[in-house]
Design a protein around this ligand. Structure first.
Ligand code: ADP
Ligand code: MG
Length: 283
């Protein structure tokens, strides 16, 4: 049984008296335990709507969303579902509810009704995971955007979810902040086997995932592994960019050097070096 499953999900928002906006149409996909999935799409393609459907903040108009086989429409299961799926949102300034880092991280476990020593353990563990233990007693005003997002991630981690959804959680950060958050998320996926759905419009981040789902105007138009980047139209038709390394590779190919489809700077350098050596060797 898939951990998270969307089956033929439609969702519309009311707009005016009798009109509505169709945000998602016939959306089908699954996320397995431990997977790292990137969800990409232009502004307004339905990404945040999809995120809100995952933990029952909103319910499908048609079709079903299930978590561990249980429908989010089953209101008695909502508490359980929200323990299993945590969501980190875009704006780091809207996510802290208290004025001290460790209190903020304790908020979730306190709401679960856990014992104080278990709360303490989870807070320390979560702050360690995101590298913020040294800031446990700081106020949010002393933190950078990247640090605030790491605290927000720790707050979700302290609930020990099986899946973390990051809805453009790096969108308001500078490149250093984005790197900080990305490396924390990658490590959690690798070492803690936490499934991740990374919603992003940074293609370099999407290229780090094992699987990429492309949304366009409320529909899933592609769902595949990293090889998806070898079909650039899948991205460009949905109005998306390609990772810089893929664009460089396209230009090199046009200039007569085929280096394949490197997805980051290291792969780009390695593939170019290899292709050049082969070319020289062949002459
Ligand atoms: P994304 O996160 O990809 O930018 P959204 O899920 O926010 O996309 O939006 C999908 C569509 O639904 C857009 O047309 C958007 O204008 C509309 N929409 C989103 N939230 C609301 C809302 N609360 N009320 C009405 N329409 C909304
Ligand atoms: Mg959004």
């Amino acid at each position: 049984m898939p951990f998270l499953q969307f089956k033929n999900v439609d969702f519309s928002y009311p707009s005016g008296e009798s009109d509505y906006i169709r945000a998602l149409r016939a959306v089908d996909f699954t996320v397995e335990r431990g997977e790292f999935v990137a969800l990409v799409g232009c502004n307004g393609s339905g990404k945040s709507t999809l995120a809100r459907l995952c933990n029952g903040l909103i319910l499908p108009d048609a079709g079903a969303v299930t978590v561990d086989g249980v429908s989010t429409a089953d209101r008695s299961a909502l508490y359980d579902i929200r323990k299993k799926i945590g969501v980190v949102f875009q704006n780091p300034d809207n996510q802290m509810v208290t004025t001290i880092v460790e209190d903020d991280v304790a908020f979730g476990p306190e709401n679960l009704g856990l014992k104080p020593d278990e709360i303490r353990r989870r807070v320390d563990w979560a702050l360690d995971c995101v590298g913020m233990r040294d800031h446990a007693t700081d106020g949010p005003f002393r933190l950078s955007g990247g640090q605030k997002q790491r605290v927000a991630i720790a707050g979700v981690l302290a609930i020990k979810p099986e899946l973390m959804i990051l809805d453009e959680a790096t969108g308001m950060l500078d490149p250093d902040g984005r790197d900080e958050v990305m490396s924390v998320v990658k490590r959690l996926n690798r070492d803690e086997h936490m499934a991740v759905v990374m919603i992003t419009h940074f293609m370099e981040e999407a290229a780090e995932a094992d699987r990429i789902i492309i949304l366009d105007k409320g529909k899933v138009v592609a769902d595949g592994g990293r090889e998806l980047f070898s079909t650039p139209e899948a991205f460009t038709d949905a109005g998306l960019d390609l990772p810089v390394s893929v664009r460089v590779a396209q230009k090199l190919k046009a200039a007569g050097l085929d280096i394949g489809c490197p997805l980051n700077a290291d792969e780009l350098v390695a593939a170019t070096t290899r292709a050049l050596a082969e070319k020289r060797g062949g002459k």
